[in-house]
Design a protein around this ligand. Structure first.
Ligand code: ADP
Ligand code: MG
Length: 715
């Protein structure tokens, strides 16, 4: 049976567009389309944004007489001889002798495929050779190249792209660098002139940026005489411009969204420092830290405004965010409105509910827990109470923002552990009730560069001080066979009255296997330390069982809690001062930091023991080292960004922010700051981008961010 292919449109009849598939490019057949797709490249526009990751300088051509040992060069000549020879017992060497007007030089390969090499190096052909010459190993005098980069051609030297700065692209198996370069050259030559300028003239001028099409051209095919150092460090005017425009559009989107919100929404100004808040402060068993006081002041100022608060609270694990949340929630209740606390896991919601309930009881306010769990009948009753306004404080999972939950008059919502939620979910919150105030809390510190792109439309508060008396957690790594040492330390500490968590291996594929591993660990503890009281907690337990285990751990009748990663976020048991993480090499850095944050919450010296097994990836090793070397969450986040690279950094993928194609948040922080300032200024001046000089900009914004950020309202 014939296979019918949907054939591409004939090339001649098509008006070329940047959204064209790469299959329209000369030299790109169906096989290459697939290979390019592997690199994330489907359209012309994708390819244009796929900048070289490095450049090869062929502009500094030297002659053979100018060669120096240890100095990288490119030289051009012709092949005078080529072939393999024996050296020593079994070793074979392939040698090519190259000649130019000034002399001869030898190039050697110690690993090679004879047939391939013989075909490649034909006597008489032109050759370009790049590398760093070394002192000759065998002849005792003179210099030679070992495994240089070479290009050969039977025609003249010019075909070998001499005298140019060549782009080098990331590529994939089956797609040689040279072919990739040829494809990209086609794309740039045929399409770069079709891109439209959208940056306002004053930005181009102020930053000495080239026009957009010129920028694509120069970044892909640097003209003769370009500054190679600038190119290599991504600081050439062309690269800078493309980096800037990408960051600028995102910042513009965020700035316009922030502006729009302040236009569209009239919120509920709240009276702050009411009775409930005052009573709460009297009841607290501790003094607020200065950081908590400062942050609360910032929040209270926002709440008094006639438009809704949108504030991000960043505070490392254990910095005391819950009491800040509670104070904010009570402010809404003080004003006769409802308040909600949303958390990402059932377990964390249950804990919040359990720890807030006693306060609510004493203060005489009603509180309810709403998650996906529990009986439908109960849920219906809870929802009924919420919509009638009988319940003042609601704790729940994202079930809270789903359809079917109608608040009576929601005044404020706090989102705990925001990193588990995406930007789009954040949008859904704003649509609940009549523009509630929103406080978004995260314990996963985000490097500043990233938080500006992820949360650029929020105001940010930092809880940068831990409650007094905390001692830094001692972190140690135990490899494989040393595992028992960690458990011995554990039994010693427990003998002193402490409690411990043992977190079991993360198994990506299956929750079931994760549970099996946890069960085995529990058995191991029970047989090894029969006197210790250990129990299991995991995500699949019934709510009552789980609450029962947590309650007994909290009161101290359980000494060891063997857990799956359900305990990752938020859990707070101050007497627990030991954490063992099994197969720590499988966890991400921010996850390890979260897990470690379960201890070190009281006055006791706490220990975190990371048990790692071989084989260990290079990244895995770096992560463990980072955990040992850093305790501060921000430092850890920076390390994470370095190890993983920004594209892959937690949250960015599902955050709703377009992935960066050109910019790199670590490298281009300077541009990010400038882009942000400019975007804010521009939106202040022309909030809806209505001025005629901003038409193109508005279109570009819509193209890149429109679907992502709900900008349609202004565009
Ligand atoms: P996180 O920021 O990780 O959510 P929590 O709010 O759970 O931290 O607080 C961690 C622990 O510190 C809790 O046991 C809490 O009661 C305690 N805590 C919070 N604020 C203070 C304070 N100002 N002084 C002493 N202990 C505090
Ligand atoms: Mg918390």
């Amino acid at each position: 049976m014939p296979i019918v292919n949907r054939s591409p449109m004939p090339k001649e009849n098509k008006t070329p567009s940047l959204e064209d598939s790469l299959q329209f490019v000369k030299g790109v057949g169906p096989k290459r389309v697939l290979l390019l797709k592997k690199l994330g490249l489907e359209t012309i526009d994708d390819a244009l944004h796929f900048l070289p990751f490095r450049y090869e300088d062929r502009s500094q051509v030297k002659t053979i007489s100018q060669l120096n040992v240890g100095e990288a060069v490119t030289l051009a000549g012709s092949i005078t001889s080529a072939g393999s020879m024996r050296a020593g017992h079994r070793k074979k060497i392939f040698e090519v002798i190259v000649q130019d007007e000034t002399g001869f030089v030898s190039a050697k390969w110690f690993q090679f495929n004879e047939k391939y090499m013989t075909g490649k190096f034909e006597v008489g052909n032109a050759i370009v050779l790049s590398g760093t010459p070394v002192n000759s190993r065998y002849s005792g005098s003179g210099i030679e190249f070992v495994h240089p980069d070479v290009e050969t051609s039977s025609s003249d030297k010019d075909a070998l792209e001499m005298g140019q700065i060549l782009p080098v692209y990331r590529t994939t198996e089956g797609l040689p660098v040279k072919s990739m370069r040829a494809i990209m050259r086609q794309v740039v030559e045929h399409y770069a002139d079709r891109v439209e300028e959208f940056l306002p003239a004053h930005i181009l001028q102020a930053n000495h940026f080239p026009k957009r099409s010129q920028a694509f051209r120069d970044a892909h095919l640097p003209p003769k005489g370009s500054d190679i150092k600038a190119l290599e460090s991504f600081q050439s005017p062309a690269q800078a411009r493309l980096i800037y425009e990408e960051l600028f559009l995102i910042q513009l989107g965020l700035a316009s969204r922030k502006k729009l919100r302040s236009f569209r929404q009239t919120g509920n100004p709240l009276k702050t420092r009411g009775e409930l808040v005052k009573d709460l402060v009297k009841q607290l068993p501790f003094e607020l830290t200065n950081a908590q006081k400062r942050v609360l002041k910032e929040i209270m100022e926002d709440l008094e405004q006639p438009h809704p608060m949108n504030r991000l609270l960043q505070g490392d694990v254990g910095s005391g965010k819950t009491v800040v949340a509670l104070t904010s929630l009570l402010t809404a209740v003080d004003n006769g409105m409802q308040a909600a606390l949303m958390a990402p896991t059932e377990l964390l919601c249950e804990q919040h509910y359990a720890s807030l309930s006693p306060y609510c009881e004493r203060l005489g306010i009603s509180i309810a827990l709403l998650t996906g769990a529990g009986k439908a009948k109960d849920r219906a009753r809870i929802q009924e109470n919420i919509s009638q306004g009988n319940t003042q404080l609601i704790v729940g999972t994202h079930a809270l923002i789903q359809k079917g939950v109608d608040f009576n008059n929601l005044g404020l919502i706090v989102v705990d552990e925001q990193h588990r939620f995406g930007v789009l979910q954040r949008e859904a919150i704003g649509k609940k009730g009549k523009a509630p105030h929103a406080l978004i809390m995260t314990a996963t510190p985000i490097p500043r560069s990233l938080s500006l792109t992820l949360y650029g439309d929020l105001s940010v508060s930092y809880l940068d001080e831990s409650p007094p008396g905390r001692q830094p957690i001692q972190t140690r790594i135990f490899y494989d066979k040393k595992r028992m040492q960690a458990y011995e330390l554990l039994s010693k500490e427990i003998a002193k009255g402490r409690q411990a968590y043992i977190v079991c291996p993360l198994i990506e594929e299956s929750e079931k296997m994760e549970l099996k591993a946890a069960t085995e660990t529990l058995e191991f503890i029970k047989t090894t330390f029969p006197d210790l009281k250990a129990e299991l907690i995991h995500g699949r337990m019934k709510r009552e069982e789980r609450q029962d285990v947590m309650a007994r751990f909290l009161e101290g009748s359980i000494q060891i809690l063997v857990a799956t990663t359900v305990i990752e976020v938020g859990i707070d048991v101050p007497n627990a001062s030991l954490m063992i993480v099994e197969h720590a090499e499988r966890f991400g850095l921010s996850q390890l930091h979260q897990l470690r944050g379960r201890v070190g919450r009281g006055r006791h010296l706490s220990h975190c023991m990371l048990i790692a097994y071989f084989p260990l990836s290079e990244e895995g090793k770096l992560r463990l080292e980072a955990m040992k070397n850093f305790t501060d969450g921000f430092a850890i986040a920076e390390e994470d960004l370095k190890i993983r690279g920004p594209g892959d950094f937690m949250g960015t993928r599902q955050s709703g922010i377009p992935l960066l194609r050109v910019a790199n948040l670590l490298r281009d922080f300077k541009w990010l700051t400038l882009a942000r300032e400019e975007a804010t200024r521009l939106i202040e001046a022309d909030p809806q981008l209505q001025e005629s000089k901003h038409i193109k900009l508005k279109q570009a914004l819509q193209n890149t961010m429109g679907d992502k950020l709900d900008l349609m309202a202004i565009i």
